[in-house]
Design a binder for this molecule. Sequence first.
Ligand SMILES: Cc1cc2nc3c(=O)[nH]c(=O)nc-3n(C[C@H](O)[C@H](O)[C@H](O)COP(=O)(O)O)c2cc1C
Length: 262
Amino acid sequence: MGCPQGIAKRGKYGSFLLEKTELIKSMVTALQQNLKVPVTCKIRCLYSEKDTVALAKAIEGAGAAMLVVHGRIREQNKQEMGAANWEIIRKVKQAVGIPVIVNGGMSTYADCMKAMEYTGCDGVMSSESILEYPALFDNSRLYDLDQLSMEYLQMVEAYPGEADLKNVRSHLHKFLYTGLKIHTDLRDKLSDAKSLDTLKEVVAEMTARREAIAADEKIGWYYRYWNSMSIEKGTNSTYVFTDWNTQIKESPVLNKKSKKSD
Ligand SMILES: Cc1cc2nc3c(=O)[nH]c(=O)nc-3n(C[C@H](O)[C@H](O)[C@H](O)COP(=O)(O)O)c2cc1C
């Protein structure tokens, strides 16, 4: 129950279900009673700590085996995404007995560890960051995105039929985002590519052009919406520990769209 898009609003699903506690409970109960596998849920947050914690407890009471909490309200999306709040996730974790997974704002392995430590959660979920940097959970070293891109293409070649070219191009656009912003000729070539060989040429050329650039500087897609909000890479500002009710009441971005508070 996290999708904030218009299509979810029209279809009355995703984050637009969040206020419908009784419906959520009946869905979780029906699934739990009829499936052989454990039922897990994922939520965004409601507009007060009390409502968010109550929803988590209702989901637990209905039989969910695990809960993922994304520390944002549904209005926090795209240019208004802002930092994820880990304090509200900590509160949910304290209130329920089932495993809770912290989600939102983790762009490095260190962030993931910090999120687990602060919230007391049982695991982390990453979405956008790991789409750009698939080695997020490998702390052994910082991988170079140009090299990872080539490795990815080799895997695509080794497992034919697993990914179509459209998806491959989409992944490469994320892996190579910072380079493609500068080398627009390569961006055009990538967008028009009709074969794996052409994609390999793009990656090889990007690798050559960025030889002198450090691996860390090649990461940036995850931050694409945040630069306009003065949230910068490396400043630990993709997450906050602010009291949830205070954040809802005080944040201009949230406040103008919040429907209710405690
Ligand atoms: C391609 C894509 C698909 C997603 N689909 C869902 C979804 O079906 N349900 C959901 O609750 N969240 C979905 N999300 C949101 C993420 O699970 C996650 O909550 C959000 O991106 C914040 O985490 P992050 O900071 O690690 O990206 C999706 C995100 C992306 C990028």
